[in-house]
Design a protein around this ligand. Structure first.
Ligand code: ZN
Length: 431
């Protein structure tokens, strides 16, 4: 009797293991084929992608993607901002949709993976569910956002954060955003009608390449994104006295290049003195008048700080500010500081969604790492209205926005399987 019970238990265990080994999976070859086909739109002689938003390549690629979405069982429409929206009804119409997607536009001479992986992955998830005859309780919504690379235009439109002024900005296609959206079949005048509110979506998910080297270097499968960092910029102007470089003795100079140079070193030292993943960069130095034989009268140094915590950014900044002031006064140089712009607020991933991504990745046998996203994404805009989660896969050598951008077929399929199982688990949990 005891023995029978024991063997039954073993049998049950074996069955459970077999089932978990047979978790439904996306079709890796089909996904790879659709990615390769998408990459043919706008391929240039250097092997890069010139599929900037609103160009003929973007428009042709969108037609291909719309066909693929329809073929996957999605009901497809193009909204007033040019976003491609694909819907699949759920069993329970009272539940808000689970949305996921990314973008297919690229920077000039960009790669084939930043955006396409999350877009083709999203469509492959729906195709797999349709094939398996699985209908989720929540309706599903695949979103292919308009012009991500040129200012997260489509996602801003969806959350009501796209201003009239932003529509007049000229995009890399040469058209204004307004004209470009019209070229995609949108109606910029009616964009305010698109606005979704907090609670309109059950969740938003985006699969994306890491665009950094953490996962690739550490040979890990899946990145569980903690959030998208905030970015702050400042400009330090050191004010001295311009004079002849040949006739002004060293002890009679008021040279603003000296404190500026020391500040560059200090930024690196201060930023690295804090625990954590914050980054700080001096990316631009300008000397005025800027001649080889003139002691500059003014030197401008930019500072950019990024982190998931705005509080931490400002704490680090205040230390850098103190240092700049003391360097200026020590050299008898004037100093003006300008806070140029807040490029973005941090967008934190939802803790429950993060936990589901991590546990589903582990269930599928993948190694994971929690990390922030140093680059902006549509998900950061969507986080304003919905619990957000992002799944990263490795980028070879951490390269992106370049023809050398690369992720393996296996890594792409792994990330897409994590997306699929995250959606299925959220479908159970979000009621
Ligand atoms: Zn992207």
């Amino acid at each position: 009797m005891k023995r029978t019970f024991f063997s039954t238990l073993i049998l049950l265990l074996i069955t459970a293991l077999t089932v978990s080994a047979q978790e439904i999976q996306v079709n890796s070859d089909r996904l790879h084929k659709s990615l390769m086909k998408l990459s043919s739109y706008g391929k240039n002689a250097a092997g890069g992608s010139d599929r900037q938003a609103y160009t003929v390549h973007d428009i042709e690629a969108r037609k291909y993607v719309i066909g693929l979405m329809k073929d996957s069982g999605l009901e497809v429409s193009v909204d007033f901002a040019g976003n491609i929206i694909g819907k699949k009804a759920g069993k329970n119409p009272a539940l808000k949709p689970i949305a996921f997607g990314s973008h297919i536009d690229e920077v000039p001479n960009g790669g084939d993976y930043d955006g396409p992986v999350g877009s083709m992955g999203a469509i492959e998830v729906v195709k797999t569910l349709s094939e398996q005859g699985i209908q989720t309780d929540h309706s599903l919504e695949v979103i292919i956002f308009t012009n991500e690379e040129g200012g997260v235009v489509g996602s801003r439109a969806l959350v009501g954060a796209l201003s009239k002024e932003a529509l007049q900005v000229v995009s890399s296609s040469g058209l204004t955003q307004y004209e470009g959206i019209q070229a995609l079949g949108g109606d910029p005048e009616r964009i305010p009608e698109l606005k979704r509110n907090s609670g309109d979506l059950a969740a938003f998910l985006e699969l994306h390449i890491e665009q950094g080297g953490n996962l690739y270097t550490e040979e890990l499968n899946i990145g569980v994104v903690e959030g998208i960092v905030a970015i702050e910029w400042w400009e330090f102007s050191f004010l001295g006295k311009a004079n002849h470089a040949g006739t002004t003795p060293m002890n009679m100079r008021k040279d603003p290049m000296l404190p500026a140079a020391e500040l560059v070193l200090a930024v690196n030292k201060i930023v690295t003195s804090y625990e954590g993943k914050q980054v700080g960069t001096v990316g631009k130095i300008q000397a005025f008048p800027g001649a080889g034989n003139v002691i500059p009268g003014e030197v401008k140094v930019t500072l950019e700080l990024r982190d998931l915590s705005s509080e931490k950014i400002w704490k680090i900044y205040s230390e850098i500010e103190q240092k700049a002031k003391s360097l200026a006064s020590g050299n008898e140089i004037g100093l003006k500081i300008k806070h140029i712009e807040v490029a973005s607020k941090p967008a934190l991933a939802d803790p429950m969604v993060r936990e589901v991504i991590k546990s589903q990745a582990e269930k599928l046998g993948f190694s994971t790492k929690s990390l922030p996203s140093g680059a902006g994404h549509d998900a950061q805009e969507m986080a304003r209205i919905a619990p957000m989660g992002m799944i990263f896969i490795p980028s070879k050598d951490g390269i992106s926005h370049a023809p050398d951008e690369f992720s393996t077929q296996e890594d792409i399929a792994n990330g897409t399987n994590v997306l699929l199982h995250t959606i299925l688990e959220l479908d159970k949990r979000l009621k």
